[in-house]
Design a protein around this ligand. Structure first.
Ligand SMILES: [Zn+2]
Length: 196
């Protein structure tokens, strides 16, 4: 879990400068949407990501540092490097870990803004638990297949390329149940039984 978070923080730190680049490029020309590494960049999403990260990362760092009796770092890169340790310390102290969920949310927001996240697909099936445990299930919402995610990889000889990785995860937005690609046959059997 900690290495997961460290990886997400490092990826976010690597993507942040691209947000600034994308915004500058969008505002420098005749406006509208542009492409970035061959991918569509939407200005409003980029701006929203910059504003959200600019507000929430310092606030989260200040809160966690205060909870731990430390002084928060002054720069985004340093804050992101501290987040895995903050999360671990907070968990050890039995305090709520407000960092891990936020980092993954920021990363998803940044990737969407940079065109590095394909849209989710709504599947034509309600969650199997909607019928078997309706008391714990707020509704009969359809299952969602998570869209593929792009990762920036350095190109030999400089530059960057985008590598697309399928998440392979289906989840229920109502109860949070989730199935990895290896578990899809199991999910299919459950759904078949439900409709039989
Ligand atoms: Zn569900």
């Amino acid at each position: 879990m900690a290495t997961d978070l460290a990886g997400a923080c490092a990826e976010l730190a690597g993507l942040c400068p691209h947000l600034a680049d994308a915004l500058q490029r969008d505002n420098g020309g005749e406006g509208g949407t542009r492409t970035w590494h061959g991918i569509l960049v939407v200005n409003a999403d980029v701006l929203h990501a910059i504003v959200t990260l600019g507000r929430e990362i310092p606030a989260a760092a200040a809160q966690a540092a205060a909870d731990l009796g430390e002084k928060p770092p002054a720069r985004t890169g340093a804050r992101l490097r501290q987040f895995p340790r903050y999360a671990e310390r907070l968990t050890l102290l039995g305090r709520p870990d407000t960092i891990t969920g936020a980092v993954h949310r920021w990363l998803a927001l940044t990737k969407r803004a940079l065109g590095l996240r394909r849209p989710d697909t709504t599947l034509p099936h309600p969650c199997p638990w909607a019928d078997t445990a309706p008391e714990n299930h707020p509704g009969r919402e359809a299952l969602v297949l998570v869209g593929a995610e792009g990762f920036l990889r350095p190109e030999r000889g400089g530059g960057l390329r985008v590598e697309w990785v399928a998440a392979g995860r289906i989840y229920c937005p109502a109860c949070g149940a989730s199935w990895s690609q290896a578990e899809w046959p199991l999910l299919e059997r459950i759904l078949d039984m439900a409709t039989a």
